[in-house]
Ligand binder design. Structure first.
Ligand SMILES: Nc1nc2c(ncn2[C@@H]2O[C@H](COP(=O)(O)OP(=O)(O)O)[C@@H](O)[C@H]2O)c(=O)[nH]1
Ligand SMILES: [Mg+2]
Length: 355
């Protein structure tokens, strides 16, 4: 490659690195695919609880990006608590109103709440927030299932939202996220979506849900930045040896997750070659980090920077290709990758990075 210092790696060293990456990638690919396929076999249950007109239907339609059948926009049209199948194996349990929760002493209903992965408990910011009836249902639900996100909807029509959030947080024992949103304007709906994915991730169920969401870009950015941060934490520089294995595994994990998110499966060979090109193609730049590592005190940040930059650029290239229908091959990704790497090295922010 063009960078000076590249020639200081011998062909033997480079071939040894490629061999190690291939081996690590094979193992990581099998493991990741097994995990992803296991996730895709699971069911996801999401309960929507709240008074009539709190905005349950509007919110869920916003989150997934389309009208969810059975979770109609017409208030009061639901007549019984039961799961509505959405896509794949995702079910929404709509509640017509709190009376139905408060009288939900039927074993079947409580069983639904118990099995639920995420409970979205809706409050209307423009109404009587956390009324007695709402508090009563909250206690019932909380006992059955603590995986609750409190959704304070209609903030476009409310005053002193911060104060409302603080009060609800306090009245629910500071145990739950209280997320102020407007399903009318879309304000903060991204944060709610992220919070749902965060809860699902703890149960290894986030990929299936992420895949059904129309707005994939911000999810992909989050995954890419997360992987880049972990790469930095590994402190990996592409040296033959220990660092190669976790860095390869991390990048394979990112590639397979992105492929699943965009429903464009990636072959083992393509994934492997892409990672090799990304890592070995960066040798010239990483030589600097190698030197930094040899001299104590020169700063591990620089060493971490290379691994995270490589991972970030890799993720963005693949995402860019998926979003524009470009075939994901080592060649196409390398080309995109160089563009992003150079942008990043020039200090430009990539989309999704914090300002
Ligand atoms: N101002 C405002 N109105 C909303 C918002 N979300 C929903 N609504 C309105 O509230 C009414 C009830 O919404 P819906 O989603 O059917 O509530 P559900 O009964 O809980 O499913 C509808 O007229 C919506 O247009 C919001 O964020 N702000
Ligand atoms: Mg509804």
């Amino acid at each position: 490659m063009e960078s000076s210092g590249m020639e200081r790696y011998t062909e033997t060293q480079k071939n040894e690195m490629k061999r190690q990456i291939r081996q690590a990638a094979d193992e990581a690919f099998d493991k990741e695919m097994a995990e992803i396929n296991a996730q895709l076999r699971e069911e996801i249950l999401i309960a929507l609880i709240g008074d009539v007109n709190a905005g349950k239907s509007s919110t869920i339609n916003r989150i997934v990006g389309e009208e969810v059948a059975g979770v109609g926009a017409e208030p009061g049209e639901t007549t019984a608590i039961r799961p509505h199948p959405y896509k794949d194996k995702i079910f929404f349990i709509d509640t017509p109103g709190l009376n139905d929760v408060n009288t939900a002493n039927s074993a079947a209903t409580l069983e639904y709440f118990r099995k639920t992965d995420v409970v979205l408990f809706f409050l209307n910011a423009a109404g009587t927030v956390f009324s007695e009836s709402e508090q009563r249902s909250f206690r019932i639900v909380e006992k059955a299932n603590p995986n609750i996100l409190v959704v304070l909807n209609k903030i476009d029509a409310a005053d002193e939202v911060d104060r409302l959030v603080a009060r609800v947080r306090q009245e629910t024992g500071q145990k739950y996220d209280v997320i102020p949103i407007s399903s009318r304007t879309g304000e903060n709906v991204d944060e709610l979506r992220d919070a749902i994915l965060e809860l699902l991730k703890k149960k290894n169920k986030d990929i299936l849900f992420a895949r059904t969401i129309k707005e994939k870009s911000s999810i992909a950015n989050k995954w890419i930045i997360g992987a880049a941060t972990s790469a930095g934490a590994i402190g990996a520089v592409p040296l033959p040896g220990a660092d190669i294995v976790p860095l390869t595994a991390l990048q394979i994990g990112l590639l397979t997750r992105l492929a699943t998110l965009y429903e464009r499966p990636i072959s083992r060979e393509a994934a492997k070659e892409i990672v090799i090109t990304a890592i070995v193609g960066n040798l010239g730049r990483t030589l600097f980090s190698q030197i930094v590592k040899i001299f104590p005190g020169a700063g591990s940040v620089a060493a971490a920077g290379v691994a995270s930059t490589v991972t970030l650029a890799l993720g963005y290239s693949v995402k860019y290709a998926y979003e524009r229908g470009i075939d994901v091959t080592p060649e196409s990704v390398t080309k995109l990758y160089k563009t992003f790497r150079d942008r990043k090295n020039k200090g430009e922010k990539l989309p999704g990075e914090d300002d």
